[in-house]
Design a protein around this ligand. Structure first.
Ligand code: NAP
Length: 328
């Protein structure tokens, strides 16, 4: 299967690295970053472009844009891994619409268009008889969407809850284990590259809430927007709260929950026993799915990272190539 990659940052390069190392039947025929692009219908050497990007800051020639690639490159699936814009979803939304209209499959890690415009994009994909896949938008490497759509087919999910934001989990882990203040733990997370320069989305619970909205709309079919989520972040949590919890063998985690029976979405810090399955450490994510047939299932894994997020993208691509191969 031939793929065009839009966005050649952490995730884009992770995908290229995996394709270079593994014989997966995937050929990259085009790549774009914010300022340049390259195309070759016979296949691009992923390692050469990774090196070019590292050496020059560009993946190709200036003047070859993402739009040009969508309309002119030869590819079967577009991999859309440009930055998330949670307010407008652009420019990613426009790229995805264009590729789907051109009859190309789309795989994305971009939360914006899936949280804001899923129904429209799904319809467009269906009209064109192609796939729109987005495993990497929720919990990075954890195959939560695949599990809900296929692994637990026939089950009724009563509730789904867990840790959807690795940055908050890191901060809470460090506050509990090392008795750091919120500010000290946030600073440490920034220094280690776990938190953005502007961590608002993470620490105020918005990133976790967007992931709940994605699951609610794509899997549970309960039409929700960010405004429908009851959100409390960890930004006003004190070390004293964690110390008090500690006295009773408890700790605090930022938990996102979809109650499918009540149709409610909530993100808030919650006090839970220290030996609870969801008390994972550092930047890990963990989700418990409570179902009528299978009972409770908990998935734990890395919610972010170049290769880890690329793993979810590769899995979506191979799903498409196995189920829906368009051939050369
Ligand atoms: N990193 C993770 O662990 C992770 C996990 C889950 C989901 N995600 C999501 O995956 C996406 C990519 O994340 P990332 O960490 O790879 O981001 P990143 O490192 O910031 O890379 C973004 C890439 O997109 C390019 N870009 C920016 N605007 C563009 C445009 N208009 N057209 C084409 N390319 C454009 C950038 O170009 P330049 O190189 O020229 O700046 C850069 O190559 C985001 O939506 C993010 O939320 C990331």
């Amino acid at each position: 299967m031939r793929i065009a990659i839009l966005g050649f940052g952490s995730v884009g390069r992770g995908i290229a690295q995996i394709i270079a190392e593994k014989n997966l039947g995937l050929t990259i025929t085009a790549i774009a970053d914010s300022k340049s692009g390259c195309m070759d219908s016979t296949g691009i050497d992923p390692l050469e472009i990774i090196k070019r990007k590292e050496d020059t800051g560009l993946c190709g020639e200036k003047g070859i844009t993402a739009e040009y690639i969508i309309q002119n490159a030869e590819y079967d699936a577009l991999v859309e891994v440009t930055p998330t814009n949670a307010e407008t979803a652009e420019p990613s939304l426009g790229y995805i619409r264009l590729a789907l209209s051109e009859g190309r499959h789309v795989v994305t890690s971009n939360k914006g268009p899936i949280a804001l415009n899923y129904n429209e994009l799904k319809e467009l994909a269906e009209e064109n008889g192609i796939c729109l896949k987005f495993e990497a938008t929720v919990c990075g490497a954890i195959p939560i969407i695949q599990t809900l759509q296929y692994g637990l087919a026939g089950n009724r999910v009563k509730k789904l809850y867990g840790i959807f934001n690795g940055t908050c989990n890191y901060i809470l882990t460090r506050m509990a284990d090392e008795k750091l203040t919120y500010k000290e733990a946030l600073l440490e997370a920034r220094e280690l590259g776990y938190a953005e320069a502007d961590p608002t989305y993470d620490v105020e619970g918005i990133d976790a809430a967007i992931k709940l909205v994605i699951l609610a709309n794509t899997i549970f079919g309960i039409n929700k927007r960010l405004e429908d989520v009851e959100i409390t972040g960890i930004n006003s949590l004190t070390s004293q709260a964690l110390e008090l919890a500690e006295e009773d063998e408890l700790t605090i985690r930022l938990i996102g929950e979809i109650n499918n029976e009540k149709g409610t979405l909530k993100v808030s810090p919650r006090v839970i026993p220290k030996d609870h399955t969801l008390v994972v450490h550092d930047t890990l994510n963990a989700v418990t799915i409570d179902t009528d047939l299978a009972g409770e299932i908990t998935l734990i894994g890395k919610g972010a990272g170049s290769i880890e997020t690329a793993s979810a993208i590769i899995s979506d691509l191979l799903f498409i190539s196995n189920c829906h191969d368009r051939g050369p």
